[in-house]
Each structure stands twice: as C-alpha cells, then as structure tokens.
Design a protein around this ligand. Structure first.
Ligand code: ATP
Ligand code: IP8
Length: 258
C-alpha cells in the first residue's frame, strides 16, 4: 500500500481572517472524502494552525522565542488541541481510525532545526491500520527556549520517516501562482513547477503574516522534498472531491512540484 501524507491547511479548516473560527462544513466534507479512500493507503494527516495557531502564536510572540507571558505556550497548546479535537471528532464520525499526536510532546529543536523526534509511535499506529493526525505546534528549542514547527515541515519529516513519495497540500487556492492570486487578478497559475525554479520564484513573493512563513515556507519544504524524490502536490482543498482524484491519480487541476 502506498504511504501518503496529506496536509489540511489552516486556510481550509479555519477562516484565517477570523480568530478561532473553524470551517466546520469543510472539515466534515474532507473527513467524508478521506473516509472513501482511507483503507486504500497508509495515510498520515497533518493540519495547520490557521486562525487558531497563528493568531495565538503572534499574540504571545511565541515564534520569537520564549513567549511574552509564560502562559502563552499553554494557551497555544490548548487552542491547537481544541482545533485538533474538532478534526478528530469529525474524522471519527466518518469512520476514520484517527490517532492524534502532539508534536510539542514528541520533538525538540535546536535553532529551529529538528534535533530529536520520537516518532516510533506514529509508525506503530500506521502498522496497526490507524491514521496518525499531527499538527503544527510549538516545540521546545535548545537555543531559543521555544519555536513553532509548521505543519508543512512536519509533512516532510514524516514523509521521510514513513517513506511517502507524495505529499498533498490542501490550500484555499488552486495551487501555486507567480504572485498571490487573492491580491492580483493577473496572477498566473503554475501547473507543473520544477523545484529548481523555487528559490528564484519565492524571491518575488511578499512575506506572509503567518508565523511560519506562509506559501514561501511551503515552497521551500517542497523544494527540499523534490530534492529527495518526494513529490509535492498543491490543490484547492475547498473544491469538492478533488483530493480523491489526486490520490487516485485521476486528472485534476493543481500544482505538481517535481
Ligand atoms: P496554515 O499555515 O494556516 O496551515 P495553509 O497551509 O492553508 O495555512 P497558507 O500559508 O495560508 O496555507 O497559504 C495559502 C495562501 O497563500 C493562499 O490563501 C494565498 O492567498 C497565499 N499566497 C500568497 N502568494 C501566493 C502564490 N504565489 N500562489 C498561491 N497562493 C499564494
Ligand atoms: O499552520 C503552524 O503550522 P502551519 C502552527 O502548518 C502554529 O504553518 C501553532 C502556528
């Protein structure tokens, strides 16, 4: 069975412009769509922070190192777990045997690079037919006290660990454009993207307000992934039934990074 990593972006599971607000209908729809192919693959699902994680991380400057107030880390973890629980409940309601994993309990970084990752339980869960559900989170960092690990970075780490050859990133836009399609009407869609073009492409992108760097970080993750033969596919997770087409290798519109 093929091993797959799927990232449910914060832009698909939350309203990023409204603090702490989930897109519950989309979460339920995605759970239903994933339940239709979950038994055909070994899947790890990773979700982003959206208007839960990024909002709280910014409020307490958690991405800058030790949080402004100590409780900031606790509050971030509480809100991420709330978001995670909503997804867990939705997936269980759709028959997906999901097991949540909290990165802050499993990972230590040094200057934002992963130093230790206790991932064995994720492997055990997959072996027994469960679907690990991981999320972007705070982590303790040896140099900065704490930092934020993005769901995107976790996707790559987990893909390496489980030997996945494809990572599917679900966003709220069709895929990668030459500039932000929400800001520029003339943005051009890029269907196939050679990873060697990514460093130059991202130089023209404006910095995201997200604490983990938004699309630029995602593309840099895709760049690293492509270098070791892992294909990243960016699709619009708000479009009904698209994810099913991608996993089943049917025709779809999205960006493939090779
Ligand atoms: P999260 O980090 O909360 O999980 P996400 O994974 O859903 O979020 P974002 O980081 O929000 O993804 O990235 C998607 C957003 O990137 C889109 O809403 C889009 O407006 C923005 N964006 C900026 N530049 C581009 C570009 N060149 N092509 C495509 N989208 C872009
Ligand atoms: O949304 C960051 O993960 P991402 C999660 O995948 C937090 O970038 C806690 C902000």
């Amino acid at each position: 069975m093929e091993n797959l990593v799927i990232k449910l972006g914060g832009s698909v599971i939350t309203y990023k412009d409204q603090p702490l607000k989930t897109r519950i209908h989309d979460i339920n729809r995605l759970s239903r769509e994933i339940s239709e192919f979950v038994n055909d693959f070994n899947i790890v699902i990773v979700h982003g922070g959206g208007s839960f994680g990024h909002y709280i991380a910014k409020k307490y400057a958690i991405h800058m190192g030790l949080p402004r107030i100590k409780l900031g880390l606790s509050i971030l973890e509480k809100e991420m777990r709330k978001l995670n629980l909503i997804i867990v409940e939705s997936m269980i309601n759709h028959g997906i045997p999901v097991i949540p994993f909290s990165p802050s309990n499993m990972l230590i970084t040094k200057n934002k690079n992963i130093q230790t990752f206790f991932y064995e339980t994720i492997i055990e869960a997959i072996k027994r037919g469960y679907v690990p559900l991981v999320y972007g989170d705070f982590v303790f960092d040896e140099d900065h006290g704490c930092s934020i690990i993005s769901g995107d970075q976790l996707c790559l780490e987990i893909a390496k660990i489980i030997g996945a050859k494809r990572i599917i990133f679900c966003l709220d836009v069709t895929g990668v454009y030459d500039k932000d399609p929400k800001k520029y009407n003339d943005a051009k869609f890029i269907r196939n993207l050679d990873h060697r073009k990514i460093p130059e492409l991202v130089q023209n992108f404006s910095l995201s307000e997200d604490v983990t760097g938004g699309l630029v970080n995602k593309l840099l993750v895709a760049y690293e992934a492509a270098k070791i033969g892992i294909q990243c596919i960016f699709i619009n997770g708000l479009q009904h039934n698209l994810i099913k087409k991608v996993v089943k290798n049917e025709d779809f519109i999205g960006t493939i990074i090779f």
